[in-house]
Write a protein that binds this ligand. Structure first.
Ligand code: SAH
Length: 228
């Protein structure tokens, strides 16, 4: 009886602290592990990052649903499974420096920041970039740097990167992003036309070669360009 009370009280405390911890654990089990994601660091990052803090308040109760959600300004936060898949496939290491294009809500950057040493992320819409920066600061993700700008050019100052993760879909892989990838590094990027079919593409930069693997069809928001 006493034990039940203690367990109940602890549960109450943890829910006070984080009302979504149960939903987040379910999300990882039902949407991510069940679809074949096994990387331990990825699973624990997805269990830890409070996804509901990255979505607009009117969508918070849907933050752990099995789909993308609007984050304003016609942009979206990716479906949890896609975030996990893209994070796992770059094989993230604790010493890695990763470049993300398309900060959006900042959620993907936070998931990466749980695993790798340093995350550089670029967002073209200033309002979104600033909002993401604020929440990342509030949650003390001190190893993430947000830049407002056109990610087409990458972020030369900190190159080369061990991995590049792109979360908006261009019609063609931007050459500067390939150039800024380390030898042995990986890029995951959705490629395709705005209204047509896009595919996730895995690019591996080898010493004298670039290997490109087409994964599965996806739907991302378009990769837009700043006027030159
Ligand atoms: N990774 C995000 C998903 C955001 S959606 C998340 O976890 O929430 C993709 C984002 O890419 C949008 O916010 C869009 O504004 C941005 N984007 C599109 N083209 C871009 C470009 N050329 N450079 C930087 N960001 C871009």
């Amino acid at each position: 009886m006493k034990i039940m009370f203690v367990v109940g009280f602890l549960l109450f405390l943890s829910l006070q602290n984080d009302p979504y911890s149960y939903q987040r654990r379910k999300m990882v089990e039902d949407q991510i592990q069940s679809r074949g994601i096994t990387n331990k660091e990825v699973l624990s990052a997805m269990k830890k990052v409070p996804r509901h803090m990255f979505v607009p308040s009117n969508y918070q109760e849907h933050a752990y649903d099995d789909n993308a959600l609007p984050i304003g300004l016609e942009q979206t936060i990716s479906q949890p499974y896609i975030v996990a898949y893209m994070t796992e496939i770059i094989n993230p290491q604790p010493t890695d420096k990763v470049l993300e294009i398309g900060t959006g809500s900042g959620y993907q950057a936070a998931v990466l920041a749980e695993i790798v040493q340093k995350v550089y992320t670029i967002e073209i819409i200033p309002d979104l970039g600033l909002r993401a920066k604020n929440i990342l600061d509030e949650l003390e993700y001190n190893n993430v740097e947000v830049m407002i700008g056109d990610g087409y050019h990458g972020w030369e100052d900190h190159a080369p990167y061990d991995a590049v993760l792109v979360t908006a879909a261009p019609e063609k892989i931007p050459q500067p992003l390939i150039d800024q990838l380390n030898v042995g590094g990986k890029m995951i990027i959705p490629v395709g036309s705005v209204h047509g079919i896009q595919h996730l593409i895995l690019l591996e930069k080898q010493k004298d070669d670039i290997k490109v693997l087409k994964k599965f069809p996806v739907r991302f928001v378009p990769f837009t360009r700043e006027e030159e």
